[in-house]
Design a protein around this ligand. Structure first.
Ligand code: 2AM
Ligand code: CA
Length: 267
């Protein structure tokens, strides 16, 4: 039997150590490169942090597989076995430009079932973790079940990037939604926005494209406190492919799905 409590304790130590290494690196000069486009950034610290985790995880158990954003892990084509899903720095643009509001996101799934989720907001020193079925926590204080909030009183996480006329379908969906809700916020790091939904600081979060390492941990946190997660079509989030994403408390989630996304045709 796999002992998830022991694994969670080990993972917590690695995450805190990695967080300290990242904070220490802030005084050094970063090597910044771009990936898919000029605004898709990666630094030497993203890569070093991913390698740090891979070494720790493989030392712990060679059979564990790792899906890491920077590609130093394994090539994952199925959810069989124990898979660690890692974003060494979620919110790299924030890391580079703002030196805050970035997170380490780490999740463990066994045959597609969530076993552990950790999000560490490195500069705030906020450590979120969940062992599905045993509770979700912020700095070891248990998170409450989400309060039910209606859409009119909701603050929704939403990045203005998606509200551009040339992304017509997105504009058509998001513009009426923005007019209905109480407010919108964008923090620039999906893992932090998901953690905020789990704590009730945000009532929902909607985005057109993320990768599994951006939401694998946050999904588990939100579900543990009674929130709902899916892609914009209402299908379960893929752990193998990029996806759109809608999460929120039950009422916010249902209202957005039923009143704004009925005809959504994208991914
Ligand atoms: P990253 O910093 O790990 O790349 C920014 O709004 C959020 O979206 C961050 O969580 C960022 O993760 C993620 N992100 C940025 N560009 C993306 C892309 N092209 N596809 C999927 N997710 C992206
Ligand atoms: Ca990243």
């Amino acid at each position: 039997m796999t002992n998830w409590i022991n694994i969670a304790q080990a993972a917590k130590e690695w995450v805190l150590e990695a967080g300290q290494r990242i904070r220490d690196s802030l005084n050094e000069e970063l090597l910044i490169e771009t990936k898919s486009d000029a605004n898709d950034l990666v630094t030497n610290i993203d890569k070093d942090t991913e390698k740090f985790f891979i070494e720790k995880i493989k030392q712990y158990n060679l059979e564990f597989k790792i899906m890491g954003e920077e590609g130093f892990g394994d090539r994952i084509v199925s959810l069989d076995g124990v898979i660690w899903i890692l974003d060494p720095i979620d919110g790299t643009m924030n890391f580079v430009h703002q030196k805050r509001n970035f997170a380490i996101s780490l999740a463990v799934y066994e045959n597609g079932e969530g076993r552990l989720g950790i999000i560490y907001d490195v500069m705030a020193d906020d450590f979120y973790h969940v062992i599905p079925g045993s509770g979700a926590f912020l700095n070891d204080i248990r998170l409450n079940t989400l309060k039910d909030v209606t859409l009119e009183k909701a603050i929704i996480g939403l990045n203005a990037t998606w509200i551009t006329p040339n992304k017509r379908i997105d504009y058509q969906i998001l513009s009426p939604l923005v007019k209905t809700v109480r407010g919108t916020r964008s923090y620039g790091a999906a893992a932090i926005e998901l953690a905020y939904v789990a704590t009730g600081r945000l009532d929902g979060y909607i985005t057109m494209r993320l990768n599994p390492w951006d939401y694998a941990a946050g999904k588990l946190l939100i579900e543990e406190v009674g929130g709902k997660t899916s892609n914009l079509k209402g299908e379960p989030l893929s752990l193998l492919n990029p996806s759109s994403l809608l999460v929120g408390g039950p009422t916010v989630y249902d209202e957005i799905r039923e009143n704004y996304l009925k005809d959504y045709q994208g991914k």
